[in-house]
Design a protein around this ligand. Structure first.
Ligand SMILES: NC(=O)c1ccc[n+]([C@@H]2O[C@H](COP(=O)([O-])OP(=O)(O)OC[C@H]3O[C@@H](n4cnc5c(N)ncnc54)[C@H](O)[C@@H]3O)[C@@H](O)[C@H]2O)c1
Length: 250
């Protein structure tokens, strides 16, 4: 028997849904029938991503803003509620890196990474959790990283933000569980996107040599798990961290 995931009638929001992992998550949620809002800074690519989602027969909604700004998130939330009226699936995916060894790390690089990767999720979750508690349903998926689980030299800021997201999600999962709301974390390993292309070929090859499945992950590998976590098939799973990393962490 074929298993199909039907998310029709559901309303989703993906931060950083204009490219990379977030874009594929937005597309797969739309393929499953959900209306999807995309929130990111670049007006043109957000509009393009939302239009592509609408082309799949669901509603795509473009929301422009910075997860690092309280005002931007609040403004986007108001538009989201006006247009969608509910939120069933929140995917906090927006993230940045500002790598460097701790002794050379500029305070602004520390603060920027924490503010986007961790506080950005806090901003969206606070508004979404209030709405989901009222709805007595909903699911939140936070995109962390295996770096938040095992650490990585040169990424103390990024690792702290992604580990913080794990503690945040486990705590929130318990706060909202009584109303049937789930909160889970996906921790991708080494996935082919613009973020990892920036590392260069040599570093990429070195990484692959350490992955038991012997290859980089794809954005689809992460998005498939997100769709499962967004679906009723995962209703009894909450507060979990699931690594999508080819067996790198175990
Ligand atoms: N690529 C990987 O190997 C990998 C591994 C582990 C975790 N991750 C995580 O997955 C997520 C997506 O990464 P990606 O590889 O697709 O990266 P990417 O750089 O291609 O995409 C990042 C997304 O975040 C958005 N974004 C960044 N700063 C923002 C801000 N201030 N406000 C709103 N949106 C903002 C961008 O518009 C973009 O859509 C990130 O959280 C990243 O940390 C990626």
């Amino acid at each position: 028997m074929a298993v199909t995931i039907d998310l029709s009638g559901k309303r989703a929001l993906v931060t950083g849904g204009n490219r990379g992992i977030g874009r594929t998550i937005a597309e797969r949620l739309a393929e499953a029938g959900a209306d999807v809002a995309v929130f990111a800074r670049n007006e043109q690519s957000v509009a393009e991503a939302a239009a592509a989602l609408s082309g799949r027969g669901v509603r795509g909604l473009a929301l422009v803003g910075d997860v690092g700004s309280d005002a931007d998130v609040e403004r986007a939330w108001d538009t989201l509620m006006k247009e969608f009226g509910q939120l069933d699936i929140l995917v906090n995916n927006a993230g940045i890196t500002r790598d460097g060894l701790l002794l050379r790390m500029k305070p602004e690089d520390w603060h920027a990474v924490l503010d986007v990767n961790l506080t950005g999720a806090f901003r969206w979750c606070r508004l979404a959790a209030k709405q989901m508690l009222r709805q007595k349903s909903g699911t939140i998926i936070n995109i962390s990283s295996i770096v938040g689980v095992i650490g990585n030299p040169g990424q103390t800021n990024y690792a702290a933000s992604k580990a913080g997201l794990i503690g945040f999600s486990k705590s929130l999962a318990v706060e909202v569980a009584a109303r049937g709301i789930t909160v889970n974390v996906i921790a991708p390993g080494f996935i082919e996107t613009e973020m990892t292309h920036a590392l260069g070929e040599h570093a990429q090859a070195e990484f692959v040599s350490r992955i038991p499945l012997g290859k980089l992950g794809t954005t689809g590998d992460v998005a498939d798990l997100a769709v499962f976590l967004a679906s009723p098939m995962s209703d009894y799973i909450t507060g979990q961290v699931i690594c999508v990393d080819g067996g790198l962490t175990r």
